[in-house]
Design a protein around this ligand. Structure first.
Ligand code: ATP
Length: 555
């Protein structure tokens, strides 16, 4: 790596020890220069224990002057300082920075350096601030929506106690809206918000709240650009504003999949340092009518039925998911229909390889670049649309216990590897998982493999395809599809599908679970929009860097 020129270098006091502190454009480093002798057991040699630490400038949250008296003031709390320990160093500044803890957790830590000279202290503060000001990806003004009823109804408290103090320390100003009803945030984004004022939107809540935000933001972007969302083949315009998620819901799957943990402080720090993680979005249409956007799971059959049943049992609280899951498993319904899909070809990665989507994912970068260069999935509409009905498409008819489209791994604490462990956040594809009719015991084997080391796809009744688009028509609608398309009437379609008297197939029908919402139609058409939105997130970091000598884990 090219050596960066030093911007500042001084001998400063830290916890009664003298350090050589150096700042260049990318790193703040401090290295102890008063070494201590330490006797190694056996006494044959002496070793010198020298502390050396560094923090990337991009992970410095803030720097502030610290009063050194007989006491020092830190965040409103006065701490006693031993006067002797800072004698000769009456000025101080404190650097707040990101420190990594276990399981992808980030913490905001402080290190206070004492200076012998007031102007040197100010020079340090000013120089660090100048470097932070050069980090243009950091947000300065954010629009925050808090769902006070998400999860354990702690959204407001979590924001006020854990997030707002960090934002203010990082000099981020906010406009905060506590939602008063469902879809308040979506409607405000769509109609009321002056988005030019902001560098990003923050959602305090769970996956449902996040879904509201993306619907508001994507729809607003399309409307402003004059794009018709009802056309399934339409290329959508990417959203300019990034979205931050402060987890305060029941499941927080999106947060877990994009940061690696559902921890409000970690997420706040990802926002502050201005991380950026692109995310694919699926558009779901029925009969040329836009229904919803999805970023994680579209599930028909098992996952649709679990959601439908659990919605009727809201009074049970979070236990309803276990109850409905067990009940749906015992019911063992299968559904007949036709699934057609456009496989993602000429890309890196397959749903059964061992790669995992991690921070700076090469596969997402490569495939995203490929798509933006040749526009393979969405050439400019009409041509592509017609060719899609041609030979590139594959058609599978059958009886399915579950049809799932996972646009991300869908990992969560219960299933740490998720529904599709190798799925990517931003490669322009979704993993279509078809679980054909099988015995209960076999289905149980498949389900259990989501929680253990077994390969959930290595079963004769399971297949998985990485696709760009797909359509599903349940058998009970097949005969009527053309009629439905000709009539173009939503009401008529619904009537035929639900009450069809003599189709002869299994009488039960399922619903689509679209990121935790039930869709009103079973016949759907889905297209993946590569990297349509961006989050204030880094993706899951590969290794907690505890062993990296350059990380200030011990001071
Ligand atoms: N003020 C409000 N009153 C009622 N409902 C609201 C309000 N604000 C938002 N909502 C709705 O509450 C629903 C659930 O919220 P949220 O996703 O935050 O929590 P959750 O369902 O507990 O968590 P998860 O989605 O992660 O399981 C969302 O669909 C959202 O539209």
């Amino acid at each position: 790596m090219e050596k960066q020129p030093r911007l500042l270098s001084s001998q400063l006091l830290l916890k009664s020890r003298v350090f050589e502190v150096t700042l260049n454009r990318s790193l703040l480093t401090w290295k102890e220069i008063q070494t201590k002798k330490k006797r190694v057991s056996g006494g044959a040699h002496n070793t010198f224990k020298v502390g050396s630490y560094c923090v990337p400038v991009s992970e410095i949250v803030a720097v502030r002057e610290t009063e050194v008296d007989s006491r020092t003031k830190d965040e409103g709390r006065w701490q006693k300082m031993s006067q002797r320990s800072t004698e000769g160093y009456p000025y101080a500044f404190t650097v707040s920075y990101v420190e990594r803890a276990r399981q992808h957790r980030w913490r905001c830590s402080d290190v206070t350096f004492h200076c012998s000279d007031g102007s040197l202290c100010l020079q340090w503060i000013q120089t660090i601030r100048e470097q932070l000001a050069l980090l243009t990806s950091r947000p300065k003004h954010l629009l925050v929506y808090i769902n006070p009823y998400g999860g354990k109804q702690q959204g407001k408290r979590i924001y006020e106690e854990k997030v707002a103090p960090l934002f203010s320390r990082a000099s981020i100003s906010t406009d905060v809206i506590v939602t008063e009803y469902a879809n308040h945030a979506r409607d405000h984004l769509l109609k009321g918000a002056d988005l030019r004022k902001y560098d990003g939107v923050v959602c305090v809540g769970g996956d449902g709240m996040f879904s509201e935000i993306i619907h508001g933001l994507i729809s607003r972007t399309q409307r402003d650009a004059g794009v018709d969302q009802n056309r399934p083949e339409q290329k959508l315009v990417s959203c300019g504003l990034r979205i931050g998620i402060i987890p305060a819901g029941s499941t927080d799957c999106i947060c877990y999949a994009t940061v690696g943990i559902n921890d409000p402080v970690t997420s706040a720090l990802h926002i502050i340092v201005g991380d950026s993680q692109p995310l694919d979005v699926c558009s779901v249409h029925h009969n040329n009518t836009f229904l919803r956007y999805s970023v994680s799971l579209l599930g028909y059959g098992f996952y649709g039925d679990v959601l439908t049943d659990s919605e009727r049992k809201r009074w049970m609280g979070p236990a309803r998911y276990d109850f409905s899951g067990f009940k749906t498993f015992l019911t063992h319904h299968y559904y007949e229909g036709t699934i057609s899909f456009l496989p993602a070809t000429n890309i890196l990665g397959t749903p059964r390889d061992k790669t995992r989507c991690r921070a700076g994912c090469y596969i997402c970068q490569h495939n995203g670049q490929l798509l933006s260069e040749d526009g393979q999935a969405y050439k400019t509409d009409e041509d592509t649309f017609h060719s899609e009905y041609g030979s590139d498409w594959r058609v599978i008819r059958g009886r399915f216990l579950a049809i799932n489209a996972a646009s991300m791994s869908c990992a969560c604490p219960r299933s740490p590897k998720g529904l599709s462990p190798s799925a990517h956040l931003a490669d322009g594809t979704t993993d279509l998982i078809l679980v054909r009719k099988c015995s209960r015991i076999n289905f149980l084997r498949h389900l259990l493999r989501h929680t253990n080391k077994g390969d959930q796809f290595d079963l004769s009744f399971v297949e998985v395809h990485r696709v760009r688009r797909f359509r599903f028509v349940p058998k009970y609608c097949e005969g009527d599809l053309e009629l439905d398309l000709r009539e173009g009437g939503r009401g008529l379609f619904g009537h035929i599908c639900r009450d069809h008297p003599a189709c002869g197939c299994a009488p039960v029908n399922s619903s689509w679970n679209c990121d935790g919402e039930i869709l009103p139609h079973a016949t759907i058409e889905v297209g993946v929009h590569c990297q349509l939105i961006r989050l204030f997130a880094r993706g899951i970091e590969e290794q907690p860097m505890f062993d990296d000598p350059c990380v200030p884990s011990v001071i």
